[in-house]
Design a protein around this ligand. Structure first.
Ligand code: PSU
Ligand code: MN
Length: 306
């Protein structure tokens, strides 16, 4: 396969892809913008170990010095975690400029999907995706993640979406763009910190093998889009809905009062929620990422058998 000239695939990831072995992509915005240092680096490294324990090769994705990386080194991860918010949060519109200027970028769900696809990786595990923000009917703030899910053939395993978003409108947008929303072991869309949202997913799926089969058929049908797999946070780590919803509402209120918008709003809300819940939400956030990594690794292994 002719790889993009701006892409570096690590030798381990390249070998696994070439041999048809399971590989799971991981994003880096969650490292630089989603969690504080040093928990961000510890979590990123532990997620990689969990993927290995479950039989797949991890490929953490980022932009380092203008190179698109599929398979970051430990040093790259440490660098992204330490630099934190000063690393550009890189969505689709940012990639060309960062590459041309030789800069670093922390990849969102959007750009992780793009780079994973360039490298031949089909499955990606993360915490939460971006979506239609509350108030989007006036702000038009709709994450590029939804558009990427419509066009790029990568399965994204997440814990649903935080109710910093308008979950109903997010599902409507995905439906319009033909993105299937699967619930792993559930008929209800999980709300990231909690297992329930009151909204239905499109299909409940109960095994990694079936997820792999449906995704594979979608590709064979010639559809070019992705698939969203929503995996509820394990019961023991889920939060009290009243506590977390109050924190979310307060954080959204503050963001509106301060006029925060655009790419800054998601990192602002994530950070405020962590402060308002005294670190409980960070613990839940870490555990749900581990849970998604396990499911993604198992699904990647099933996909390789087909
Ligand atoms: N939602 C979360 N955690 C995150 C993000 C979203 O619960 O870390 C990050 C992801 O990288 C996602 C990005 O792709 O924020 C979406 O940003 P925006 O809303 O600006 O599109
Ligand atoms: Mn946005």
């Amino acid at each position: 396969m002719q790889l993009n000239k701006y892409l570096d695939v690590s030798p381990e990831v390249a070998a696994a892809v070439a041999q048809g072995k399971p590989v799971v992509a991981l994003e880096s915005t969650i490292i630089s913008h989603g969690m504080p240092y040093p928990q961000n680096v510890e979590t990123a490294l532990q997620v990689e170990s969990i993927i290995r324990e479950n039989g797949a090769v991890p490929a953490t994705i980022a932009v380092i010095g203008g190179r698109l990386k599929a398979g970051c080194s430990k040093e790259d991860i440490e660098h992204l975690g330490k630099k934190g918010l000063s690393v550009t949060k890189a969505s689709r519109r940012d990639l060309a400029t960062l590459v041309a200027r030789g800069e670093d970028g922390a990849t969102t769900v959007t750009t992780t999907m793009i780079i994973a696809h360039m490298a031949g990786i089909k499955i990606f595990a993360t915490g939460g995706i971006g979506g239609v923000h509350r108030g989007a009917e006036t702000t038009m703030d709709i994450s590029a993640d939804l558009e990427e899910l419509a066009h790029t053939p990568v399965m994204v395993v997440c814990a649903g979406a935080k109710s910093i978003l308008d979950l109903g409108l997010t599902l409507e947008y995905l439906e319009t763009h033909g993105v299937p929303v699967m619930g792993y072991g559930t008929e209800e869309l999980p709300a990231f910190y909690t297992r329930r949202s009151g909204f239905k997913v499109d299909y409940r799926v109960d095994s990694p093998a079936e997820l792999a089969r449906i995704f594979s058929v979608q590709q064979e049908l010639g559809f070019h889009g992705g698939m969203l797999v929503t995996n509820p946070i394990p019961e023991e780590f889920s939060m009290d809905p009243e506590v977390i919803n109050k924190a979310i509402n307060d954080a959204v209120g503050e963001a509106n009062a301060k006029g925060i918008h655009g790419k800054e709003i998601t990192p602002f809300l994530l950070d405020r929620i962590q402060q308002l819940t005294g670190g409980d939400s960070l613990h839940s956030n870490i555990e749900l990422v581990f849970n998604n990594a396990r499911l993604a690794a198992k699904t990647a292994a099933e996909l390789c058998k087909l």
